[in-house]
Design a protein around this ligand. Structure first.
Ligand SMILES: NC(=O)c1ccc[n+]([C@@H]2O[C@H](COP(=O)([O-])OP(=O)(O)OC[C@H]3O[C@@H](n4cnc5c(N)ncnc54)[C@H](OP(=O)(O)O)[C@@H]3O)[C@@H](O)[C@H]2O)c1
Length: 330
């Protein structure tokens, strides 16, 4: 008997965009488990977030070997939810994981070797209790391992049935192009690139987005809210329950500068004129490119997920709004 029955209307409002030239569609918003799903967090809160996300059409859950803390614990938390709440819904889910950053000591615990990536995906599958993940990513470009080796192992991981699709994350445009060529020649096209993109970090607007369009790859953008800075969260100080307020959060108080807050306040005026919150406008803004398949958000409350999904009817920008935003971000 499943412990939870999801909402019947869960596919009624969420748009799904095709991922590059693949057969796979991803929801406009995906949920990332980088923060708030670790061993330090309350399992009941994690459960509420995953349930609400799935209930409103978020079919894609994004993980990595090192998410926690401690590293690995977000996969364990998600694995427990897969065995209980989501047990009857595996075929409705796109579950991704990654390897690239430090996971265990010694020379085989990070980067892009065949040794590390195969061991890591096997550990991830065990932690989540899965036979396969939908997308497996090389989490970062490794300057010391031949790209042929790293892409060869992504192809191997797909062919061995451990993953359905291969992806790369944080690769610069030139290495992305080479990676795409190698994978295409191996017969496992590169599905997707996961890259940071938000109003404070526009690097993908350089060469990357064009490269992805030319290569037929999808793009899923992470930290679209700049880890919470592009919201009203920090306008009146640093709340104790916020990412910057917690001892283990990656956003540190020194990142929240007066200069950034001043811009956020100005962005708030544009958002208000659109009838949106700052967070909602920031999400709609990253999704304005047709080359962006999905934005992977984080959340610490069910309300944040609901507020973020409420962008769906208001995604377009006028030329004047884009101009005002550009002026603020200059
Ligand atoms: N590939 C990579 O290298 C990489 C790197 C980083 C992240 N990622 C992926 O991207 C995912 C998302 O990253 P992120 O968590 O940094 O994304 P984000 O969406 O930029 O930030 C999420 C944080 O913003 C705050 N927030 C969200 N909605 C809000 C709202 N409506 N109003 C006010 N505050 C709101 C929450 O902060 P509080 O917790 O303070 O409430 C939440 O934890 C990760 O979970 C991970 O899957 C990938």
């Amino acid at each position: 008997m499943p412990v939870w029955i999801p909402n019947d209307g869960r596919y009624d409002t969420m748009p799904y965009r095709r991922c590059g030239r693949s057969g796979l569609k991803l929801p406009l918003l995906s949920l990332g488990l980088w923060h708030n799903f670790g061993g330090v967090d309350r399992a009941e809160d994690a459960r509420a977030l995953v349930r609400r996300a799935f209930d409103i059409g978020i079919t894609h859950f994004d993980l990595a070997n090192n998410y926690g803390p401690p590293p690995g614990s977000a996969e364990e938390t998600f694995g427990a939810l897969l065995r209980t709440d989501l047990v009857d819904h595996r075929d409705e889910l796109i579950i991704s994981t990654k390897a690239g950053y430090l996971m265990w000591p010694g020379p085989y615990g990070e980067w892009g070797s065949r040794k590390y990536l195969v061991a890591s995906v096997d550990q991830s599958l065990k932690r989540m209790g899965l036979d396969y993940v939908d997308i497996f990513y090389s989490h970062r470009f490794d300057p010391d391992t031949p790209l042929e080796e790293t892409m060869g192992v992504l192809d191997h991981i797909v062919r061995s049935g451990r993953a359905l699709y291969a992806g790369i994350s944080n690769y610069p445009a030139d290495h992305t192009r080479r990676a795409a060529t190698i994978l295409r020649e191996l017969g496992t096209p590169c599905l997707i690139h996961q890259a940071v993109y938000n109003m404070f970090n526009r690097w993908i607007e350089g060469d990357l987005l064009t490269t992805l369009e030319q290569e037929g790859m999808g793009c899923i953008v992470f930290s679209p809210l700049a880890q919470g800075m592009l919201t009203d969260r920090y306008l009146h100080g640093i709340p104790g329950d916020s990412r910057a307020g917690k001892p283990h959060g990656f956003l540190r108080p020194e990142h929240i500068t007066e200069e950034k807050l001043a811009r956020v306040r100005l962005l708030g005026n544009v958002a208000a004129s659109r009838g949106q919150s700052i967070a909602q406008m920031a999400l709609a803004w990253v999704l304005r490119h047709s080359a962006v398949t999905s934005a992977v958000i984080g959340a610490s409350s069910v309300k944040q997920i609901e507020d973020n999904v409420a962008i769906i009817p208001r995604l377009e920008f006028s030329a004047d709004e884009l101009h005002r935003i550009n002026e603020i971000l200059r």
